[in-house]
Design a protein around this ligand. Structure first.
Ligand code: FES
Ligand code: FE2
Length: 355
């Protein structure tokens, strides 16, 4: 269950650079491609002729051509032409609202008429030259909410990521969870600890000593439908921690856009934005490689957890204090789902002439 009237990250521009991309998002099979003047377009990945996936076709003069018998689909969902056929009566394809922004292609899998590009969250790090970004994409067979739980409770770092970002002090530091409107914030601060390997490397990358005590912070922010941005960092101890002057710290934003594919699978766009040494491409590559390895460590845990949950749907799971971030995030998602459901019922009633 996921809200459909919401913006999700669908893909990155390189994925549609030279051919159409077929991708299922929120159970909708969609083909993404560059139409006229390179503008991104998205329609149902289904050829009205015989049901072939249009994503197996190609783009010619800004139009999507079915790879089976040459039907030409327009970005408005209308068939433009087909060799030897009159196409006027052909059924229309669903069209999806789609926007290219911040280095991502965003899609609104629900009602295109409701899609307001202003609702795409503003990402300062994606537009400012003070910041550098590197990231990647994982496909994971789990409910998107399991990934939200994972990111809103970083105690798992101690165990899943023991050799890179984990350390026992994470378990020992108290965690605070607050709900601010439609945002859930879970934060944890650790003082006067030794940095784990990933952060030692980041300190070195920023030209700072890595063998002295640091203060460390993690501030996870969930916003619906499924975005989690996490401020993380370390500062040489005694300089104000999170508030410390830039010259004492290495800090960044962990970027997580979690896009449901089906009820039990996701497209996970992960990355890291940093505001130190933004021009250092090699550092960006090193961080991305490190982060990619660390985040791959979550995959097996999440997929096997999902299998267990499917096998035992009757089991009630515990909700401990460390789970508050995920629990509160799910409450917001549930509110969105309920609102979407009641809007649907109202529309159906109007359609049925009951009001
Ligand atoms: S299935 Fe697409 S043209 Fe025949
Ligand atoms: Fe993790």
């Amino acid at each position: 269950m996921f809200p459909k009237n919401a913006w999700y990250v669908a893909c990155t521009p390189d994925e549609v650079a030279d051919k159409p991309l077929g991708r299922t998002i929120c159970n909708e099979a969609i083909v993404f491609y560059r139409g006229h003047e390179g503008k991104i377009a998205a329609v149902e990945d289904f050829c009205p002729h015989r049901g072939a996936p249009l994503s197996l076709g190609f783009v010619r003069d800004g139009e999507l051509v079915c790879g089976y018998h040459g039907l030409v689909m327009g970005c408005d969902g209308h068939t433009q032409s087909m060799p030897g056929q009159r196409v006027r009566g052909f059924p229309c394809n669903k069209v999806y609202a789609v926007e290219e922004r911040y280095g991502f292609i965003w899609v609104w899998p629900g009602e295109a008429a409701q899609a307001d590009p202003e609702l795409i969250p503003h990402l300062e790090w994606a537009v400012s030259p003070q910041w550098a970004y590197g990231g990647g994409l994982y496909h994971i067979n789990c409910d998107y909410r399991l990934m939200i739980d994972n990111l809103m409770d970083l105690t798992h770092e101690t165990y899943v990521h023991a050799s890179s970002i984990g350390q026992k002090e994470i378990d020992e530091a108290p965690v605070s969870t607050k709900v601010e409107g439609e945002m859930v914030v879970t934060s944890r601060y650790m003082e006067n600890i030794m940095a784990p390997p990933f952060w030692r490397a980041a300190l070195r990358g920023n030209g700072l000593a890595d063998d002295v005590p640091v203060d460390r912070w993690q501030i996870c922010r969930f916003t619906p439908p499924s975005h989690v941005l996490i401020e993380v960092g370390v500062a040489h101890a005694g300089n104000g921690g999170y508030e410390a002057d830039a010259r004492f710290k290495a800090s960044s934003i962990v970027v997580d856009f979690i896009t449901p594919e089906t009820d039990t699978s996701i497209w996970y766009f992960w990355g890291m934005a940093r505001n130190f040494k933004p021009g250092d491409q090699q550092l960006t590559d090193t961080i991305r490689e490190g982060q990619g390895k660390i985040f791959a460590e979550d995959l097996e845990m999440l997929e096997r957890q999902q299998q267990n949950l499917l096998r035992h749907p009757e089991r009630n799971l515990l909700k401990l204090n460390i789970d508050a971030g995920g629990v509160q995030s799910r409450k917001i998602i549930d509110r969105w789902l309920a609102a979407e459901q009641s809007a649907l019922i109202a529309t159906d009633k109007v359609a049925a002439g009951q009001v």
